[in-house]
Design a binder for this molecule. Structure first.
Ligand SMILES: C[S@@+](CC[C@H](N)C(=O)[O-])C[C@H]1O[C@@H](n2cnc3c(N)ncnc32)[C@H](O)[C@@H]1O
Length: 496
């Protein structure tokens, strides 16, 4: 591997460590809030000295970038304009500041026949969804073209698996609280790339029950004289509310994230919340006193229930802790996992590595058709969940370990251990050189690569292809409808 590549993988690893921090301004996951992605900013090479200038321009959209933004030509430059569709003619504002150009859609002059009215009233302010102005076919086409382009070196991907009802799907939401200029309590999501709260009572990709509970909490804050936390002054109590919903079981977890462990009127608050929502299974207090955009802190206290919820996926039960990763769209997850297991071609004898295994979902599902499963995951809480889940489902042939997947694989390779199938599902930053080079040493017959970022997936697949593997199938799955994000699972087979 070249030095340059080496560095690329080193960088990836750092990012992967950051990735698992709960979401904040700097660290947002697909389908909820936008990522502060520099790709969204256009560069203005003709204005190196700075100064700010805003002009109006008439442009025609020639295509979409990887974030679903329209691409236009303006004064010899290629610019990106959010909410613009291919073929559309539009009036935009172009704001040049220093080396960067910001664009804004003012008016669509010739509208695409695939343009629809975004059903969410906050769509243009929020930025958490990027494709609501496109009909379902156009969203699917955009995602298909994105994945086809990225995977071109490896063959033609299958048609994307879309979602029948692409709304209400998120089983996890977090809401931030603050005061508006009239000092009224507001709750909502941050506007794109800011810490400005957009007050909203409903996000139409969230589970509706989760939003209902958040509205109740907002109302209760007033009656309990509970102040929202103010990032600037450091005063106030409640920072965020995280809600996780078991879509199949109906179990609900509410995590109140506060700036201080001193929760006045705690028992009455919990009682009032449970009275209003008897469907809540567990309530926790998470204390985050740090000046940070990371949502969850390290201190956690169960106020009611057992502190976890259980959901069902692919016929198995999974217990989930507040900080553990669990796929946010379980309907599409069943399709994704089904495809991953099919690609693993298990016969009952194989040793399977489930790398970046979270709470053990893929590994435990695979264990039913494998000889044994070895799961590796960095997040301690998730590993505890995975071990518990193994017992809960009566699985006897799976073991889960806590640690860095790359280091674990290096050790496996050094000990000369055997793996027939490696399934990996890394964070958005992808895997790293330590992991991939150990896969090459271990020589599993099949590698099944699940990814929520096909860009890093394609990078890592290139490495595996260079080192003895060939790609035998790629399946995109729409796990995050209304957003530009796309999930993909690929099968790689060791060349003989
Ligand atoms: C996309 S999630 C996949 C989890 C699981 N496979 C699933 O489908 O629910 C990625 C997981 O990788 C874990 N992770 C991140 N970096 C890691 C690393 N360097 N080594 C091991 N696990 C890591 C995260 O904590 C997270 O649980």
């Amino acid at each position: 591997m070249s030095k340059q590549k080496n560095n690329q993988y080193k960088k990836s690893k750092k990012k992967s460590q950051r990735h698992e921090k709960p979401r904040g301004k700097q660290n947002r996951a697909p389908g909820n809030r936008p990522e502060g992605n520099p790709k969204g900013k256009n560069k203005a090479p003709n204005n190196p000295k700075g100064g700010q200038k805003t002009v109006t321009a008439e442009v025609t959209c020639t295509g979409l970038n990887s974030e679903g933004k329209g691409i236009v030509e303006w004064k010899g430059q290629q610019l990106e304009v959010a909410h613009l569709m291919p073929g559309e003619k539009a009036e935009i504002t172009v704001n040049t500041k220093g080396r960067f150009v910001n664009t804004k859609l003012k008016r669509v002059i010739n509208s695409s026949e695939n343009r629809v009215k975004p059903p969410c009233p906050y769509y243009y302010q929020c930025g958490g969804c990027q494709l609501q102005h496109m009909d379902e076919q156009s969203q699917a086409r955009f995602k298909q073209e994105t994945i086809d382009q990225l995977m071109k070196p490896f063959g033609k991907p299958e048609p994307i698996m879309s979602m029948d009802h692409p709304w209400d799907y998120r089983n996890k939401s977090h809401t931030t609280f603050g005061l508006n200029k009239d000092r009224q309590i507001i709750g909502g999501l941050y506007a794109q790339n800011t810490h400005r709260i957009i007050p909203m009572d409903r996000c139409i990709i969230h589970d509706p029950k989760a939003d209902e509970i958040v509205q109740t909490i907002k109302g209760m804050m007033k009656s309990f004289k509970m102040q929202p936390y103010n990032e600037d002054t450091g005063r106030g109590f409640l920072r965020h509310v995280l809600v996780k919903v078991g879509k199949v079981t109906g179990e609900i977890m509410v995590v109140l994230i506060s700036a201080s462990p001193i929760f006045k009127g705690k028992n009455n608050f919990v009682k009032a919340l449970r009275d209003a929502h008897p469907e809540i299974s567990t309530i926790l207090l998470n204390v985050n006193s740090r000046d940070t955009s990371v949502v969850l802190g390290n201190q956690e206290k169960v106020l009611f229930g057992k502190g976890t919820i259980t959901d069902k996926l692919c016929g198995l039960k999974f217990e989930i802790s507040p900080k553990s990763f669990y796929q946010i769209n379980p309907v599409q997850t069943e399709k994704l996992y089904g495809k991953a297991i099919e690609m693993a071609e298990l016969t009952g004898k194989e040793t399977v590595v489930d790398a970046y295994c979270g709470i053990g979902t893929i590994g435990l599902i695979a264990s039913q058709k494998a000889g044994k499963v070895i799961g590796i995951e960095q997040n301690k809480d998730a590993v505890k969940d995975a071990i518990r889940n193994s017992k809960k489902n009566g699985v006897k042939n799976a073991r889960f370990y806590q640690g860095d997947a790359g280091e674990f694989m290096v050790q496996m390779a050094a000990r000369g251990e055997k793996a027939d199938v490696v399934i990996l599902d890394p964070p958005r930053s992808g895997s790293d050189e330590a992991f991939l080079s150990s896969v090459v040493k271990l020589k599993p017959k099949r590698v099944v690569y699940v990814s929520c970022n096909p860009e890093t997936q394609a990078r890592d697949m290139k490495y595996l292809v260079k080192n003895g593997y060939e790609v035998k199938g790629i399946q995109p799955v729409d796990m995050f409808p209304q957003t530009y994000h796309v999930e993909s699972v690929a099968k790689l087979v060791l060349k003989v």
